[in-house]
Design a protein around this ligand. Structure first.
Ligand code: CA
Length: 222
C-alpha cells in the first residue's frame, strides 16, 4: 500500500512517516505543494494524506487538480482546529475524509485503513489463502491461528500478490509497491525478497509462480 504524505512541518511529517512505515505502509513524504502536485501526476498512490497550508501550492489546489484529472485517489486532508471553512472547502473539492490537527497517529492509521478498504473494495477485514490468512487491519499473516513471521517487505510483497490473486504482478509493480523514494529497490533486491518470501510460503505449501519475463503470481484457489 503506497501513501503520499504531504506535510511541510518537519516534525509532524517525520513522526507521521516513521509511524506509517512501521505500520507496514510504503510512504513518500513531500513538503512542497508543487512537488506533491507533480508526484500525483506521475505516481499511483492508494491514499494521499494532505495538509492544506503548504509552500508553493496549497493543498486545496492540489486536491482540485487531482479531481480535475479524474484521478480517484483517496484523499484525507489535515486541517487546523478552527478550520471549519477549510474542512467544508476540502470535502466540497473531493476529499474523502479529514483529520483535525494535532493529528493522533493511531487515529490517522485507523482512517487510512478505512480508505484502503474502500479503495480495494475489500469489505472484509481479512483475506484467506489457505492455510494462510492476511489480516488487513493488523497487517499480519497467520498460519492456523498462529502468527506467521514475515518481515514488513515480505508482507508487502505477499499482500501485493494476494490482492491480485490469479493475475501476474510485474517486478516493476512490486518494486513500486514496496519501495519508498528515498529507498528505491532494484530488481535484484526484489529477487532477494521474493526468494525469502517464497521459501517461507513453501514451508506451508503455498507456491508463488514465476511467469517468465512477466512477473509473479499466486494462483486462484478453487
Ligand atoms: Ca502546513
Amino acid at each position: 500500500m503506497r501513501i503520499l504524505l504531504v506535510e511541510d512541518d518537519s516534525i509532524l511529517g517525520n513522526a507521521t512517516s516513521v509511524y506509517l512505515r512501521n505500520s507496514g505502509y510504503v510512504v513518500d513524504w513531500v513538503k512542497d505543494g508543487k512537488h506533491a502536485d507533480a508526484a500525483l501526476h506521475e505516481d499511483v498512490y492508494d491514499v494521499v494524506v494532505l495538509d492544506l497550508g503548504l509552500p508553493n501550492m496549497d493543498g486545496l489546489t492540489i486536491l482540485k487538480n487531482l479531481r480535475f484529472r479524474k484521478q480517484g485517489t483517496r484523499v484525507i486532508i489535515l486541517t487546523a482546529q478552527d478550520g471549519l471553512d477549510d474542512r467544508i472547502a476540502g470535502l466540497d473539492a473531493g476529499a474523502d475524509d479529514y483529520l483535525v490537527k494535532p493529528v493522533k497517529l493511531a487515529e490517522l492509521a485507523a482512517r487510512l485503513r478505512v480508505q484502503l478498504r474502500r479503495e480495494h473494495a475489500v469489505l472484509v477485514s481479512r483475506i484467506e489463502y489457505p492455510p494462510l490468512t492476511l489480516h488487513l487491519k493488523e497487517r499480519v499473516v497467520s498460519y492456523r491461528d498462529q502468527p506467521f513471521g514475515l518481515s514488513p517487505r515480505e508482507l508487502s510483497l505477499f499482500e501485493s500478490l494476494l490482492l491480485r490473486v490469479g493475475k501476474v504482478v510485474s517486478k516493476e509493480n512490486l518494486i513500486e509497491n514496496i519501495s519508498d523514494w528515498d529507498d528505491t529497490l532494484g530488481k535484484n533486491a526484489i529477487e532477494v525478497y521474493m526468494h525469502r518470501l517464497r521459501k517461507k510460503l513453501l514451508s506451508v505449501g503455498v507456491e508463488v509462480r514465476t511467469v517468465r519475463g512477466l512477473g509473479y503470481m499466486l494462483d486462484k484457489l478453487d
